[in-house]
Design a protein around this ligand. Structure first.
Ligand code: NAG
Length: 155
């Protein structure tokens, strides 16, 4: 067995020191002082995205692995490009990003916010617009869909 993780160590020591608070595993990024979005997230449909650390202007890249592509297609990674309001690790910034799907001519834009509930659980609350390619101007009216997803940190 390996060394106990920091979280477990804190949990073990907590009863000894009063006022000590256990960090939920999901806030490991916070403990490391990372950007609140950085890491791996999964939505209710099983799609996974990895958000890379932002630069000093709040720009970030990442990859999106969708589980809801057409049945004959296996999941494939698509690049994403985003911007967030720079914020401390415990804050709740808004953000947006674009996914350029590698398996179709479609593009999705997401907007969202990182939220932390009273129990310390993080989630990304998002809404999206998906544009599919219309083959002619007459088809454009039906080419955009709207939806939403909630992501939780993959532990
Ligand atoms: C994101 O990717 C683009 C293109 O690959 C690159 O030019 C840019 O520096 C990257 N940004 C960050 C914040 O990593």
């Amino acid at each position: 067995m390996g060394r106990p993780s920091l979280v477990r160590l804190v949990a073990l020591l907590c009863p000894i020191f009063s006022g000590c608070r256990v960090l939920p595993v999901g806030r490991a990024a916070e403990a490391q002082g990372q950007s609140p979005l950085t890491g791996t997230w999964q939505n209710d449909l099983g799609s996974v995205m990895v958000l890379d650390p932002p630069d000093s202007a709040g720009a970030f890249n990442g990859t999106y692995l969708t589980r809801v592509a057409a049945a004959h297609q296996r999941p494939r990674e698509s690049p994403l490009y985003g911007a967030l309001h720079l914020a401390g690790p415990s804050e709740q910034p808004t953000f947006g990003f674009t996914v350029r799907w590698t398996f179709s001519d479609s593009t999705t834009v997401f907007v969202g916010q990182r939220l932390v509930d009273a129990a310390g659980e993080e989630r990304l609350d998002t809404a999206w617009l998906l544009r599919e390619r219309a083959d002619s101007p007459d088809d454009a009216w039906k080419a955009t869909r709207v939806g939403g997803n909630t992501f939780t940190r993959l532990k």
